[in-house]
Design a protein around this ligand. Sequence first.
Ligand SMILES: C[S@@+](CC[C@H](N)C(=O)[O-])C[C@H]1O[C@@H](n2cnc3c(N)ncnc32)[C@H](O)[C@@H]1O
Length: 229
Amino acid sequence: MNSMLKNFFFIKLLRKSARILGYKIDFLPLTLIDTIESKIEYVTRLSRRAQNIPGAVVECGLGNGVSFAILAKDAYVASKDLYGFDSFEGFPEPVKEDDSHYEIKKGGWGNAEQKAVEQKVKDVVSAEYFEKHVKITPGFFSDTLPKTETGPISFLHLDGDLYQSYMDCYENLYEKVVPGGIILIDEYLNGTEYAKYPGGFKAAAVFFADKEVDICRDMKSGKYYIVKR
Ligand SMILES: C[S@@+](CC[C@H](N)C(=O)[O-])C[C@H]1O[C@@H](n2cnc3c(N)ncnc32)[C@H](O)[C@@H]1O
């Protein structure tokens, strides 16, 4: 049995045992999101749904470049432009919407390095493609997104963890996503007080309140995404 399935059955067993003992732990998501294998699977599968739609592939929140390198493989095959954004100095100051059981601090994820992310991408694409089509912009989203001309976007991966980080992305990039394009929202999990980063859910609730969108759940990974109308 592979580790994705093992995770799934482990969480099911844990929930069942807790229920027998009189506890309710449904906040434990039935997802496989904790492994690199599962990330490769769902990021690839969802981004491929937008593979034949013209437009750039964009990720906000690069960290160590794991998901960005996954996206790079298919963007390369399709010769699409690939844009990545990260402060490379970690989180900005969290706001009250980010309050959670987990301690979130300014500078969290501050160890991520642009050079390491670039190398991960270079490992999976040609030098020519990298030179011509890949643009990684360091800085906070609030500064960099309004200044970067990405053109139309076919796939947008949002993984900035915090409320204002998500809002900055929605405010600057939502309009650029083409019909049929996909927005994968990393932090939307359950939207309850149990979520480690509740700001992602709250930002989506505020931003999409007056928009006609269906936020869909990918049943296999438990991740949430939008197909732009
Ligand atoms: C969870 S990590 C990304 C992980 C990566 N997508 C992956 O799956 O491998 C979140 C990243 O978002 C970045 N980040 C969060 N808010 C930001 C903001 N407002 N501006 C720029 N970068 C931000 C952090 O610096 C951090 O590197």
